[in-house]
Design a protein around this ligand. Structure first.
Ligand SMILES: *[C@@H]1O[C@H](CO)[C@@H](O)[C@H](O)[C@H]1NC(C)=O
Ligand SMILES: *[C@@H]1O[C@H](CO)[C@@H](O)[C@H](O)[C@H]1NC(C)=O
Ligand SMILES: *[C@@H]1O[C@H](CO)[C@@H](O)[C@H](O)[C@H]1NC(C)=O
Ligand SMILES: *[C@@H]1O[C@H](CO)[C@@H](O)[C@H](O)[C@H]1NC(C)=O
Length: 214
């Protein structure tokens, strides 16, 4: 008896977890919008977790859950759903349920992130070794320093990240990137201008050579 119960609950567990299997991870940004990657053209439902939020029948779209009025759109021609003005509490599992049993195939885990803060860069010090820069953001994000395509320094959940540019590299192109899983923002830095060395090349090099931490 007990073994049979265990067997039944194991089977049930397998079926349920198969039904809950997430097909795709989606990310969005607060205030932005997202279009679910698959269309629904036949008769069916869109669910958020266990809750039916919209239905499509004979090409007629109906919102079933009031909070999605003016928020959830459906394109009559293409069958694609778009969720607009995303908020963090719109994160969760969305899936389709339709007569043709597509519910198992189309489910999405949406995670909505705060938009990434724009990075700012300032020079900390100039010395004979080069120039020391600090990239900062006003909310924590992943910060990265790039020289071309090469990552020079990075830190996750950071509010600032330093970088020292050697004298011989002053003319290279650097950028600081603030990122989260949903988006990123880039600031390209002209190191010579940022470090106050934007005179002729020889003057700049002279200034560095004769400067002890100015
Ligand atoms: C979605 O994200 C989860 C958790 O981060 C991960 O375990 C899973 O493999 C991801 N699925 C896909 C299809 O990338
Ligand atoms: C989600 O959050 C927004 C604002 O952050 C709020 O107006 C809305 O009522 C919340 N919705 C739910 C279902 O909690
Ligand atoms: C990278 O950042 C760390 C702090 O997170 C700092 O100590 C280190 O000097 C930086 N590296 C370079 C090359 O600037
Ligand atoms: C920034 O976003 C673009 C596309 O939005 C992506 O191709 C790129 O890899 C991202 N860069 C970083 C450093 O996350």
């Amino acid at each position: 008896m007990e073994t049979r119960l265990i067997f039944i609950s194991l089977c049930l567990g397998t079926i349920l977890s198969a039904a809950e299997e997430v097909k795709e991870n989606l990310t969005g940004v607060v205030g932005g919008s997202i279009t679910l990657p698959d269309p629904l053209l036949e008769r069916g439902f869109l669910l958020y977790g266990p809750e039916i939020i919209a239905s499509v029948r004979n090409k007629v779209f109906q919102i079933e859950e009031e909070t999605y009025l003016n928020k959830l759109l459906w394109d009559t021609e293409t069958g694609f759903f778009t969720i607009t003005d995303l908020q963090r509490n719109n994160s969760g599992v969305y899936r389709f349920d339709s007569k043709k049993g597509r519910s198992l195939k189309s489910s999405y885990q949406l995670t909505v992130y705060d938009s990434v803060p724009p990075p700012a860069v300032k020079a900390l010090s100039v010395s004979s070794d080069g120039c020391s820069l600090l990239c900062s953001v006003d909310r924590e994000a992943t910060l990265l320093w790039f020289k071309g395509e090469q990552i020079l320094n990075q830190s996750s959940s950071a509010s600032s990240l330093p970088l020292t540019v050697n004298t011989e590299d002053l003319r290279s192109s650097y950028r600081c990137v603030a990122a989260n899983p949903a988006e990123n923002k880039t600031l390209t830095v002209d190191v010579r201008t940022k470090c106050g060395l934007n005179s002729t090349e020889s003057e700049a090099e002279n200034k560095i050579r004769h400067c002890n931490s100015c």
